[in-house]
Design a binder for this molecule. Structure first.
Ligand SMILES: N[C@@H](CCC(=O)N[C@@H](CS)C(=O)NCC(=O)O)C(=O)O
Length: 228
């Protein structure tokens, strides 16, 4: 099998990068990381060759820019499942796997209010910001679907399907947003949030995010740029 490289962006901001990275990390799939920071000279020079869509993440098999590229997070998860069927990217039970894929596809295609009003920003705290009625509707719908899923498929463990899978990686940026924007959560959803934030992969990602110093205006609707 060719070596894998995942192209990602800033760990503080890039929610799509986090999903693929955490799914691979928690599944124990070996890969190299190539970070291209937003708004950087590296991005301007290299993103066109590192990413067919100029977006991250991208999974490369073989040399980045030269091997086989899979882009878009959902496609990356499916490619990982093909390459590493033993890694439990998706639940092994067919009904659970179908639900996991449905949750991921549903979020991928929707929840625009939540995604745009509460961008991921691991190091920042903006309590109450972004909490519009539309965002609260998104949060209520999403957490209700987590609750139903956990009751039906995962009651024997802390994650949606009991043990960690790609669906939990998918929602890691969402539970992180709930910290940034101090979203009030019911006890069961808070327990799920803590389980995801407590995974070794998520802790490592967050520690790296906290070391980053870049301020990306597009991802900072609630803060002024730092003065030099
Ligand atoms: N649908 C894509 C979305 C990827 C995406 O929007 N990535 C953002 C970073 S989180 C990006 O690359 N933004 C750079 C830009 O818009 O120039 C996926 O699932 O991977």
């Amino acid at each position: 099998m060719l070596p894998l490289t995942l192209v990602i962006a800033n760990k503080n901001y890039s929610s799509w990068s986090l999903r693929a990275w955490l799914a691979m990390t928690e599944a124990g799939i070996p890969f190299a990381e190539r970070m291209v920071k937003f708004d950087s000279a590296d991005w301007a020079t290299n993103i066109a060759t590192l990413s067919p869509t100029r977006l991250v993440p991208v999974l490369w098999e073989g040399e980045p820019s030269d091997g086989l590229a899979t882009f878009d997070t959902v496609a990356i998860l499916e490619r990982l499942h093909e390459l590493h069927p033993e890694a439990a990217i998706w639940p092994s039970d067919a009904a659970a796997r179908t639900r996991a894929r449905s949750l991921v596809a549903d979020f991928h295609a929707g929840y625009q209010a939540l995604r745009s009003a509460m961008p991921m920003n691991i190091r920042s705290r903006h309590p109450g910001k972004g909490s519009t009625p539309e965002v609260r509707d998104d949060i209520n719908r999403l957490t209700a679907s987590w609750r139903r899923t956990h009751a039906q498929f995962g009651a024997d463990g802390a994650f949606l399907f009991g043990t960690f899978c790609a669906a939990d990686a998918y929602f890691a940026p969402v539970v992180s947003r709930f910290v940034t924007y101090a979203v009030e959560l019911d006890a069961d959803i808070r327990a799920y949030q803590q389980a995801v934030l407590g995974t070794p992969g998520m802790r490592a990602w967050a520690e790296a995010a906290l070391r980053e110093r870049e301020f990306v205006p597009m991802d900072e609707p609630y803060a002024d740029p730092p003065s030099d």
